[in-house]
Design a protein around this ligand. Structure first.
Ligand code: ATP
Ligand code: MG
Length: 505
């Protein structure tokens, strides 16, 4: 038995990229059967340490122990052998196959294939029962929600007897209800003695789940907290090395009736959106609430011109909004998409190019861009959005997740848009940057920009919105004033139950 029940110990882990130290003698210690969280600002090194534990990167220095024994993790196989699995954000399941087939995948050895398969089948069934997962072996993955898909990934890990399951921002793509499901899955893992290393920027989740918390800053450990020590007052200053501003106060509605985006009778996706109607005004932040899959992303994509609505009209100040994204960008629309990897930035290009490209028409009305203008433009954005490292030539794919998102936001906001559409803008962003971003959104709104905010982070929606429209069954079901809106109201309305403070639509 290992000393003090320590499952994994990493000591003095160092890692550099291009001569820049990213991990500086980092220690991490995970007990058997504990949920251990890892928090830290964007770029602190969380994903990097995980990649070292899972054999994606090799460490420059340091030692890893499993149950007291030194291990070398040179590749993914070594990591699996050490009992470590990771649940990736982009899940690796085959949608057309069943739960069982996905778990068996890659395990059908030819020799005793049949019997092996049979015993594996039995094991899948046993695992589902043992961990009491809300799954059946024959369910087709395509029909499952995100939380259930994560369960399948977890089962895959358990089927190879993993003792440590790592989750890097697992709730970023989950609704509140699905997140609850994941949390109860995690509770079950813990109760059966499996360890979980949990990375998240959402403090409430970390408080709820963690037995212990390691905080990182700037590639170093700043401390380990026990459950009873974990509170916002201790964690946030540790993470940031400074105090944050208090949350932005909701301003009084500064509505400009002369600036108006109007949507009438909009339909899309064979009944996903049936009949959407609303007006959004300059100077207000209009929050859009609803469950994941309720069509919010489709709605904003129709407005911006990425998707073609089946029916309906969209006008800005009485003029029809173009169906061309390019024209809309020139006309003052900006969009920060949910799917940042697919639509938000070009991974191989530098921070500078990514920031400048969408604004070429402004920088060079005649068609030729002076280099110094590009440099100035991107320098200003790097500063304003605190993109780190602040080196304009780095390809965006090498940035940490949160810093990539800052680039996406910088691209959208740099031109002071007339209509700003934000779809899950702060997923993966640390608390410090979040409050700065909220200030920027408020400021744009005060200057007359129409801000449309789609967010599954209910606290964010309540904090920022002057008015919340809640989507249910393909239309807006209720309007709730920003002064009184609560997370509970949004959830109720999203499920088709009218609330006291809301106005039925
Ligand atoms: N392949 C790479 N090449 C160069 N630099 C890299 C590479 N991968 C990571 N980095 C750098 O290492 C630092 C730590 O990044 P990491 O992804 O570990 O941060 P993180 O703590 O996961 O942040 P986030 O909360 O934003 O996801 C960042 O400065 C990042 O730019
Ligand atoms: Mg990360």
């Amino acid at each position: 038995m290992a000393e003090n029940n320590i499952l994994l110990k990493a000591e003095g882990i160092c890692k550099q990229f291009n001569g820049i130290p990213v991990l500086k003698e980092v220690d991490l210690e995970i007990k058997a059967g504990e949920v251990h969280s890892l928090m830290g600002e964007n770029g602190a090194g969380k994903s990097t340490i995980i990649k070292i534990l899972t054999g994606v990167y090799t460490k420059d220095a340091g030692q890893i122990y499993i149950e007291g024994e030194p291990v070398e993790i040179r590749n993914r196989q070594d990591s699996a052998k050490a009992g470590i699995s990771v649940i990736y954000q982009e899940l690796s399941l085959v949608p057309d196959l069943t739960v069982e087939e996905n778990i068996l995948l890659g395990k059908e050895e030819s020799k005793f294939g049949f019997t092996k398969n049979k015993s594996m089948r039995k094991r899948v069934k046993e695992l589902i029962e043992y961990y009491d997962f809300d799954l059946a072996p024959q369910m087709v993955v395509d029909t499952l929600g995100m939380a259930q898909r994560q369960m399948v990934e977890i089962l895959k890990a358990l089927s190879v007897r993993s003792k440590l399951i790592i989750m890097d921002e697992p709730t970023a793509s989950l609704s509140a209800a699905e997140s609850e499901k994941l949390f109860s899955t995690i509770d079950r893992l813990r109760s059966k003695g499996v360890s979980v290393l949990y990375i998240s920027h959402r403090l409430d989740e970390v408080y709820r789940l963690s037995d212990r918390l390691t905080v990182m800053r700037n590639g170093e450990n700043v401390g380990v907290l026990n459950k009873e020590e974990i509170s916002p007052k201790t964690v946030i200053p540790m993470m940031l090395g400074r105090e944050t501003n208090r949350a932005v106060k909701k301003g009084s509605i500064n509505k400009r009736e002369d600036i108006c985006l109007s949507v009438r009778g909009l339909a899309y996706g064979n009944g996903l959106l049936k009949d959407v109607n609303f007006d959004a005004y300059g100077g207000e932040i209009l929050g859009i609430g609803g469950l994941v899959g309720s069509g919010r992303t489709e709605l904003v994509s129709c407005i911006y011109g990425i998707l073609k609505p089946e029916k309906g009209t969209i006008t800005l100040n009485g003029e029809p909004v173009s169906r061309s994204v390019k024209k809309n960008i020139e006309g003052g629309f900006a969009f920060v998409p949910e799917d940042r990897r697919g639509a938000g930035f070009i991974p191989k290009l530098s921070i500078e190019k990514n920031l400048v490209l969408p604004s070429y028409d402004l920088l060079a009305p005649s068609g030729l861009v002076a280099k110094h203008k590009e440099v100035e433009w991107s320098k200003a954005a790097i500063e304003e959005y605190d993109i780190r490292p602040a080196i304009a030539s780095i390809p965006v794919q090498n940035l940490s997740g949160g810093n990539q998102q800052k680039v996406v936001i910088g691209r959208g906001l740099a031109r002071k848009p007339k209509v700003l559409i934000l779809d899950e803008p702060t997923a993966g962003i640390d608390v410090g940057v979040k409050s700065e971003l909220y200030d920027i959104i408020r400021k744009l709104s005060d200057e007359g920009t129409i801000v449309i905010l789609v967010s599954s982070d209910m606290a964010e929606l309540c904090l920022l919105s002057d008015r919340v429209l809640v989507m249910h069954d393909g239309r807006f079901f209720e309007e709730i004033p920003g002064e009184s809106v609560t997370q509970n109201d949004i959830l109720m309305a999203a499920s088709g139950v009218h609330t006291e403070g809301g106005r039925a639509l």
